[in-house]
Design a binder for this molecule. Structure first.
Ligand code: PLP
Length: 390
């Protein structure tokens, strides 16, 4: 093998995702893009707000805009803008030295996990979970362990308690959730904080909460409660990939609760892991987002799609809870084998992702980061696949 043995498995799972991209393109070429219903990708298609382009143009035309290296955690004025915004939102007393600008949420997760985990330690995540976590755990030489969620995909605190061991260093949560769209409530987060504190005491080892929140602003009639309020040993991670539709520009950050054990040391180390991987987050887009704290894409577009999609799928017989956030539906597969059912959807030119890939067998994920006509055009196919499955 010309590549490292440990890479072989990772390449195989990455190639599954690549195959899905290729299948979408192949079907599009064969049947015409309008006749293919690709719900497999979480790539935001709602345009960024106009102010993004305006800010970008202003910065490009401004002689004093910087394009050089900066301190590895990012421009101080941008980190200050983020800290000010988070203080306004959460009243947590953040200072800019506890904010590290990163290459998207993925960069922030990679930084944080490599900083916190010794090789062979465990990250505990509620399942189903975002597939990227397998890769980030791999990079950190850590083990990804799962705790099942309740039937409605909310946190099962007893299961979390039962799955924490002396080897657990990080509890990783994601709300609004990819793939389920669930938004955790304040009460369950308070409960989680208690479980983590008790377990840290029991095992004589600080367990950190890492909260991955790139969909924080994509919610429908609810707010995402602050994790900073429920447990001080928390690192909050987010990006502008979804809330400003800037996924390809690779810009995000991590923010460490000022009262987290060894907060300053964690921030310093995250700056160093930045250096090791990509030196710093993109200069131009740091300066863009520094000016656009609190700005979001038009969430109503996603809400409208969610409502239309839910109505059509319920009418076709599918079972699921209407999600409160993100831009995914996670319906129950009409047959036990979700991979087989995704095959039946493919026969209708519908692309979906089997829940098995997210540690959620028996379900499948649909992304509605697609035009409305893709959603409405797919309902016949969904009905036929449902009927064919019975
Ligand atoms: N975390 C979750 C739950 C995601 O869904 C994604 C991307 O889809 C990421 C992290 C990575 O986000 P980014 O593109 O900002 O790196």
């Amino acid at each position: 093998m010309p590549i490292a043995d440990k890479m072989v498995k990772m390449v195989e799972s990455a190639s599954m995702i690549r195959k899905m991209f290729e299948e979408g393109a192949r079907l599009g070429e064969k049947y015409g893009a309008d006749n293919v219903f690709n719900f497999s990708l979480g790539n935001p298609d709602v345009p960024p707000p106009a102010v993004v382009k305006e800010t970008l143009l202003e910065l490009i035309n401004n002689e004093s805009t910087s394009h050089g290296y900066m301190s590895n955690p990012g421009y101080p004025h941008v980190r200050q803008a983020v800290a000010d915004y988070l203080n306004q939102e959460f009243n947590v007393g953040l200072t800019q030295d506890l904010v590290v600008m990163t290459v998207g949420a993925a960069g922030a997760l990679n930084d944080t996990l490599r900083v916190l985990l010794n090789p062979g330690e465990d990250i505990l995540v509620p399942a189903p979970y975002f597939v990227g976590y397998n890769q980030y755990a791999f990079v950190a030489s850590a083990n990804l362990k799962t705790a099942p969620t309740l039937l409605d995909f909310h946190l099962d605190l007893n299961a979390i308690k039962a799955n924490i061991t002396k080897n657990t260093r990080v509890m990783l949560i994601n709300s609004p959730n990819n793939p389920t769209g669930v938004v955790y409530t304040k009460e369950e987060l308070i409960g989680l904080g208690k479980v983590l504190e008790e377990a840290s005491q029991k095992f004589g080892k600080r367990i950190y909460l890492v909260s991955d929140e790139p969909y924080r602003k994509i919610v429908y009639g609810v707010e995402v409660p602050s994790v900073f309020d429920v447990y001080p040993h928390t690192i909050m991670i987010t990006s502008y990939s979804k809330e400003l539709s800037l996924a390809g520009e690779r810009i995000g950050y991590l923010a460490i609760h000022p009262k987290a054990e060894d907060a300053a040391m964690i921030a310093g180390a995250a700056g160093v892991t930045n250096t090791m991987m990509y030196v710093n987050a993109p200069a131009l887009f740091q300066q863009v987002v520094g000016q656009l704290q609190g700005v979001t894409v038009d969430i109503d577009i996603y809400k409208r799609r969610r409502d239309i999609f839910c109505e059509g799928l319920f009418a076709a017989g599918y079972e699921f809870d209407v999600p409160e956030g993100a831009f995914y539906l996670f319906p129950k597969s009409p047959i036990e084998n979700d991979l087989e059912f995704v095959g039946l959807l493919n026969e209708q030119n519908i692309l979906a992702v089997p829940g098995t890939g997210f540690g959620g067998p028996g379900f499948f994920r649909l992304s509605y980061a697609v035009p409305e006509k893709t959603i409405t055009g797919s309902f016949d196919g969904f009905k036929k696949a449902f009927d064919n499955a019975k």
